[in-house]
Write a protein that binds this ligand. Sequence first.
Ligand SMILES: Nc1ncnc2c1ncn2[C@@H]1O[C@H](COP(=O)(O)OP(=O)(O)OP(=O)(O)O)[C@@H](O)[C@H]1O
Ligand SMILES: [Mg+2]
Length: 396
Amino acid sequence: MSRVEAVESAVSPSGQPDIGTPAVEATGLTKKYSSQVAVGGVSFAIPEGSFLSLLGPSGCGKTTTLRMLAGLERPDSGEIRIAGKVMSSSTSRTFVPPHKRRIGFVHQSYGLWPHMDVYRHLMYPLQQRKVTREERDRRVREVLAMVRLDALAERYPNELSGGQQQRVSLGRALVQDPDVLLLDEPLSNLDAALRGEMGVELRRLQRVSGSTAVYVTHDRLEALSLSDYLIVMSDGLVVEFGRPQDIYELPATEFSAQFVAGAVALPATVIAPDGDGFAVTVGESKLLVSQLRESTRSAAHRGGSMALAIRPDRIRVQKAGPSAQANTVSAAVTGVVYYGSHYDVDVEGHDFGHLMCRVQADQDERFAPGDAVQVVLPREDLVLVEKGKGGAEPEI
Ligand SMILES: Nc1ncnc2c1ncn2[C@@H]1O[C@H](COP(=O)(O)OP(=O)(O)OP(=O)(O)O)[C@@H](O)[C@H]1O
Ligand SMILES: [Mg+2]
């Protein structure tokens, strides 16, 4: 995929209906710090009331993108529109400062003030906006109830749990009745159980408030469970933009297969079309694959170097026997790790290197390092994907 096509597909993911005037629209956003490109051309558009997650590894440009949307960083190039209004444009030299954008920002570290109680945290942004005293009080009480802190209004931050502090931070953003809620890894300081609970709560509050949310995370389960739309980012670029389920089930690239679906991948060479799918070789083994994203089809030409992605729990491992089944490769077990409900069995084949397979603990067969095995990769579970990050490799 060319850079232009990458941007076009990012602006309008496959199957997305006409979204009318987007609540948030970014076009070709870039930001450099001295010679380092932090964001190298990010484009997307999302409808009002939707929840978008920016998902990617550390340093890929998530926070920088969010800060540009907030007006806390000035883009080097590109344009940002909120509810159709230009907030920032490098061509028309427009730049609307943060306090004039209708946004609420929730920082990763909450950013609470030790000398202010919960009530005053929510009151403060309204005082800045010169809202009347009665209206302020009404609004603060309404949001305190919404974030379920009405009983704790007089507490100071050091008298609150992590989850309660997080709700103060969220309440402070919501009280301003923002059009867009920007959230930078707001759950990452919480323990796993609270994180799940607060994620559901966060989504409820965003729905009730009617605002559009842009949420930054490096946690794929958080992104999958919360979002209407997902942007997979790497090295300052959009690798993929779409619905979480679409990217999870039919990723276009090896990178998003691994990062979003937790899939493993094998290098494959395309031999020929086969029915709806393709025949490919992995080393000397011939395999059949049916599934691929429509936009990936042009990369799947004869002799094309691609990858086969599969989720580890869909792979079957069996002791090597005489009758070779379809879509099977030979390998040797190199490691076995027990996780209670399943084992992670690492295998190595001279055709493809290492592959991690997940074997349910109730499967009778047990494996040990050194075992010769056959690895079955069912045709219906394989997805033919572009290698690495696909054709939109960074030009930096
Ligand atoms: N103020 C700055 N000065 C110089 N470089 C910066 C600055 N802010 C960010 N960067 C660099 O830009 C790149 C993107 O940073 P950013 O904070 O956007 O990443 P991130 O995706 O939010 O990562 P993380 O998940 O670790 O928070 C990184 O390489 C970072 O070192
Ligand atoms: Mg960050």
